[in-house]
Design a protein. Structure first.
Length: 203
């Protein structure tokens, strides 16, 4: 339902932009026509200006309509392509979380990151790409608590790209679906973020 409302809102916005653009083009065409036919018989010039404006507006409407249609087609193709990429990423991350720590888990993580990176660069949204890049670059140096919350940011970005607003989803809500003791991790994270006087945390 949220995706339906989001799609309808986008269509309304595009329609409004199209109408506004057509109005501007029509006004410009009429002004240009008056300058071209300045000094000609008023009846003839009025008819010529009207005809010219009608033709220009019709052409502009066709061009803008084709442009909007092409954009919608491209967006639909990108969405179709990104869904399986996100599914593979989430499934792979869950598999890694359930695996026993050690060389095999490390090798599996490296394989997952290597195989998915080209598809993520090609198809993912800017938000997902940024969160995934930050996660990859920093996860090796993060504490266990910070690492799982960095992972949650990736999952939230994916959900938002699917169309979920996430306004009611807070820290730990997604992680709590597959980490039973998430409240313990939240408490430990909060304790680690307590700053001594004069200390400043740099992200």
């Amino acid at each position: 339902m949220r995706m339906l409302f989001k799609g309808m809102g986008a269509l309304v916005l595009l329609a409004s932009l199209l109408v506004g653009a057509v109005e501007v083009i029509g006004l410009t065409a009429r002004q240009l026509g008056r300058q071209i036919f300045d000094g000609v018989n008023p009846t003839i010039s009025a008819a010529a200006v009207t005809a010219m404006a009608t033709v220009i507006v019709a052409v502009a409407t066709l061009v803008l309509g084709r442009y909007i249609e092409k954009r919608k087609t491209i967006e639909a193709e990108i969405r179709i392509s990104k869904i399986p990429v996100y599914s593979r990423l989430v499934s792979g991350l869950f598999t890694l979380l359930q695996a026993e720590a050690g060389p095999q888990q490390t090798a599996a993580a490296e394989a997952l990151f290597r195989d998915l990176t080209p598809d993520l660069i090609t198809w993912s949204s800017d938000e997902v790409l940024v969160e995934w890049s930050r996660f990859k670059r920093t996860v090796a140096n993060l504490s266990p608590e910070d690492a799982i919350f960095a992972l949650e940011k990736v999952l939230m970005a994916i959900r938002q790209d699917y169309g979920h607003k996430g306004a009611k989803v807070g820290d730990g809500d997604l992680l709590g679906l597959f980490i039973n003791d998430i409240d313990t991790h939240i408490a430990a994270r909060q304790r680690s973020q307590v700053q001594t006087p004069g200390h400043r945390t740099v992200r």
